[in-house]
Design a protein around this ligand. Structure first.
Ligand code: HSE
Length: 298
């Protein structure tokens, strides 16, 4: 069996809507060997709903690599170990897709390069900022271009910053969260985000943690999506009060991501969870490191 570990990702980082994503040291795994029929099993989050199915994103991704290289995959033995909370905002779809693509590519002797895997992952998942960090690791900015279809840049993420995730017991569908966003936005909102995105990328290169709070602000999606996440703004305020240096909605939510120095992780996590609990919503917090290298075979 080929076995691959794929990191969780936090897309839309701060003002970087549809552009910036961060890979996290938290993994789902995909094990794969081809077979005449599908035998899909899972453990961890969502295992019951996944076992025995052949219509999963991971199967689609496995088949896609075979088709891309002129081969047919009839079925496969697939096993998933899911450690990424599935509430939303941590790239579980991206992990399944990148896991399937990477496993099939490895099985076939690596006919596809990582740029090809990125293009196929976006074709299936739809959001480059979700999948690119799972492929390449670290903080990644990804731009839709023409040839190659996606151009990416790995941006150094300050090693002094640790990640705290607040994961509420809510489900937010990315499709529904996307519907809350308008087709067009006022020029002032566009300028707000593009100036802060520039500042955030510059702050990462310059190690200017003092700029992070301003640089993490967003005017494009968070206010509009907050309607799906009771207490969102107060969760952000609580994280800053407890010493966070930057806070944002993770992906399309409902997970909230905060950056903090090591000494503040517990206070920031507990502060965010307390606000969700005040809203009558169960929540957990976890502190994770940044994944620097993307998926890896084990
Ligand atoms: N950039 C995408 C969105 C990420 O916000 O819709 C989805 O996880």
């Amino acid at each position: 069996m080929i076995k691959v570990m794929v990191p969780a990702t936090s897309a839309n980082l701060g003002p970087g809507f549809d552009f910036l994503g961060l890979a996290l040291d938290l993994y789902n795994t995909v094990s794969f060997a081809p077979a005449d029929e599908w035998h899909v099993t899972a453990e961890g989050y969502g295992a019951q709903g996944l076992t025995g199915r052949s219509d999963l994103l991971v199967c689609k991704a496995l088949k896609r690599v075979f088709a891309e290289t002129g081969k047919e995959l009839k079925g496969g033995i697939v096993h998933m170990e899911n450690h990424i909370p599935p509430a939303g905002g941590l790239g579980t779809s991206a992990a399944a897709i990148v896991g399937g693509l990477a496993a099939a590519n490895q099985y076939l002797g690596e006919p596809l390069c990582s740029d090809d895997l990125l293009a196929l992952a976006v074709e299936i998942e739809g959001h480059p900022d979700n999948v690119a960090p799972a492929v390449f690791g670290g903080l990644v900015g990804v731009v839709k271009a023409s040839s190659p279809p996606y151009t990416y840049l790995k941006i150094p993420f300050p090693s002094e910053l640790y990640v705290v995730l607040a994961v509420p017991d809510l489900r937010v569908s990315t499709t529904e969260a996307r519907k809350l966003l308008p087709e067009a936005v006022p020029l002032a909102e566009a300028v707000f985000n593009l100036s802060r995105t520039g500042l955030l990328v510059g702050a990462c290169y310059a190690g200017r943690l003092d700029l992070f709070r301003l640089a993490m602000e967003d005017a494009l999606h968070q206010n509009r999506r907050a309607a799906l996440i009771p207490g969102f703004h107060r969760v952000v305020t609580a994280a800053y009060q407890e010493g966070a240096l930057g806070v944002a909605l993770s992906g399309a939510g409902p997970t909230v991501i905060a950056f903090a120095p090591k000494t503040k992780l517990k206070a920031v996590g507990a502060g965010m969870v307390a606000v969700f609990n005040e809203q009558g919503i169960e929540a957990q917090w976890l502190s994770v490191a940044v994944n620097l290298d993307g998926f890896r075979f084990v």
